[in-house]
Design a protein around this ligand. Structure first.
Ligand SMILES: [Zn+2]
Length: 241
């Protein structure tokens, strides 16, 4: 990934088309703001911890992603360097806010576990070989600055019954701004509505409160990537993350 676009600076693979990032400079993309500390240092390449983090960044993301990856048909290809081939459509699914009875919390559910220690323990259990101290730092950043995590916690605290859903509509944008893909969500964009009826639209993200059903996240939804890659898409404009 060492081919740099001379207009926008995007890094691409050598087989990728020249205009796929910014149409040869015709599309002006919003600049990416600096991450807050300690995430900024983790992205710096300047410390041993940072280098270990960047080498394992996919695993760290797996610790924190709120959705899971799926495809119509995944075929494993064994060998010295095991890979897999995907047939059909790729999709992301999201579970309930809280785990079903007698099951361990995973993905999004870990954010609502009892305390900080319990969350770090759970994350270190299902993704092994990571620096516990780094996991704890990222977890604190996401709890303090990630607006999706914040909104989910607010939605969960607003209701006492188990019979509800949290719905995120796809189209809400801040007043006076154009819709911009690839941006992290901001406070005004989230409409995490708590509903009890079955009335939801096909383009909504619908999160059940308390069961073991997985629902598909529409790939057209503007938070599709923010839910799967929280370490990159964690920014909240209020705090310049
Ligand atoms: Zn470009």
């Amino acid at each position: 990934m060492n081919k740099e676009c001379r207009f926008c600076g995007a890094l691409k693979w050598k087989e990728e088309a020249a205009g796929m990032c910014c149409s040869g400079g015709k599309v002006a993309l919003a600049s990416i703001d600096e991450p807050v500390e300690p995430l900024k240092e983790l992205f710096s390449h300047e410390t041993d911890e940072s280098r270990r983090f960047l080498k394992n960044i996919r695993k760290y993301n797996t610790c924190f992603h709120m959705t899971s990856f799926g495809a119509d048909n995944i075929v494993s290809m064994p060998g010295f360097c095991p890979t897999f081939t995907i047939q059909g459509q790729v999709y992301h699914t999201i579970g309930s806010l809280l785990p079903a009875t007698n099951t361990q919390p995973k993905f999004l559910q870990v954010y609502f576990m009892g305390d900080e220690e319990a969350q770090v323990n759970r994350r270190s259990e299902y993704v092994q070989g990571l620096d516990r101290n780094t996991v704890q730092k990222i977890q604190q950043v996401l709890h303090n600055h990630n607006i999706l995590v914040h909104e989910f916690k607010m939605a969960k605290d607003r209701v006492t019954s188990d019979n509800y859903k949290v719905v995120i509509h796809p189209d809400r944008v801040p007043r006076g701004e154009h819709e911009r893909r690839f941006n992290a969500p901001t406070t005004n964009e989230i409409a995490a509505l708590v509903v009890s009826s079955e009335q939801t639209a096909s383009r909504d993200i619908v999160i059940q409160a308390h069961d073991d059903r997985l629902t598909r996240v529409p790939d057209t939804h503007r938070f599709y990537d923010a839910l799967e890659y929280p370490i990159i898409f964690g920014k909240d404009k209020r705090v310049q993350f």
